[in-house]
Design a protein around this ligand. Structure first.
Ligand SMILES: O=C(O)c1ccccc1N[C@@H]1O[C@H](COP(=O)(O)O)[C@@H](O)[C@H]1O
Length: 219
C-alpha cells in the first residue's frame, strides 16, 4: 500500500520542545497527540528531570509523552525512564539499532536528511523502530527550524514516516500534500522564542494541518 492510500486521514501531531506548563496545556487543548521533552542539555529546550516531572504530571491520559535524546549515555536514558512516564523514545543522533532497542521501550529514530543519504537503507537499519522521523540535517542535531527538500523522500520507507524540520503554519499544508506522512513533528515553527511556544502559532499550525489532512481524506 502506498503512503498516499494509507494516509486518508489527518496526520497525527507531535509538538516538541515543551518547557512550560502553559504551553503543554495549550498543545493538548489544541489537539496534539504527542508532546516532546528534550533531554539534550545543549538544546535551549532542555528540561532536567525535575522540570520534566512537573510537565509530565500535567499530561492527561491518552496523550503520548515522548523523551528525546541525542547520543545519550544509556544510564541517563534509563534514569529518565525510571523517573518519568515516558511512553515513547525519540533518538535524534547517531545511535544504532542495538543502542535504541536496549531500553525495551517503543522508539522512533530520526534521520537527518541531506542529499546522498539513502533513506530506504537507513530505515532498514532500524527494524525495531516504530517509525522513522525525517528532519533536516543541521549542525547541533535538531530543532533547527530548517526544512529539507521533500523530493528526497522515497515513496515508501517500509514503516510509518514522521515528517519534521522547519514545519510551520505556512508550509505544513504543502508538506502533507506532497509527503503524506503518518505524523508531523514541530518545534521552532510554533515558537515565540526558543523553548517558548506561541498559542496563535499552534492554532494556525493545527488548522493548516487539519485542512490539508481533510483534503487528502476527501480525495
Ligand atoms: O528541539 C530541539 O531542541 C532538538 C534538539 C536536538 C535534536 C532534536 C531536537 N528537536 C527535534 O528537531 C526536529 C525539528 O524541529 P524544528 O521544528 O525544525 O524546530 C523535531 O523532530 C524536534 O523533535
Amino acid at each position: 500500500m502506498s503512503r498516499a492510500t494509507a494516509m486518508a486521514r489527518i496526520p497525527r501531531l507531535k509538538i516538541c520542545g515543551l518547557t512550560r506548563r502553559e504551553d503543554l496545556l495549550c498543545a493538548v487543548r489544541e489537539g496534539a497527540d504527542a508532546l516532546g521533552l528534550v533531554f539534550f542539555p545543549p538544546s535551549p529546550r532542555y528540561v532536567d528531570l525535575r522540570a520534566a516531572a512537573a510537565l509530565a504530571n500535567a499530561v492527561p491520559p491518552f496523550v503520548t509523552i515522548v523523551g528525546l535524546f541525542v547520543n545519550a549515555d544509556p544510564a541517563l536514558v534509563r534514569a529518565t525512564l525510571a523517573a518519568l512516564p515516558i511512553h515513547l523514545l525519540q533518538f535524534h543522533g547517531d545511535e544504532d539499532e542495538g543502542y535504541c532497542r536496549q531500553f525495551d521501550r517503543p522508539y522512533i529514530k530520526a534521520a537527518r536528511v541531506r542529499p546522498g543519504l539513502d533513506l530506504v537503507q537507513y530505515a532498514a537499519r532500524f527494524p525495531s523502530a516504530q517509525a522513522i522521523l525525517l528532519d533536516a540535517f543541521v549542525e547541533g542535531y535538531g530543532g533547527g527550524g530548517k526544512i529539507f527538500d521533500w523530493a528526497l523522500v522515497p515513496q515508501s520507507l517500509g514503516k510509518p514516516l514522521i515528517l519534521s524540520g522547519g514545519l510551520d503554519a505556512d508550509n505544513v499544508g504543502e508538506a502533507v500534500r506532497r509527503v503524506r506522512p503518518a505524523a508531523v513533528d514541530v518545534s521552532s515553527g510554533v515558537e515565540a522564542g526558543k523553548g517558548i511556544k506561541d498559542v496563535e502559532k499552534i492554532r494556525a499550525f493545527v488548522a493548516a494541518l487539519r485542512a490539508a489532512g481533510s483534503e487528502s481524506s476527501d480525495g
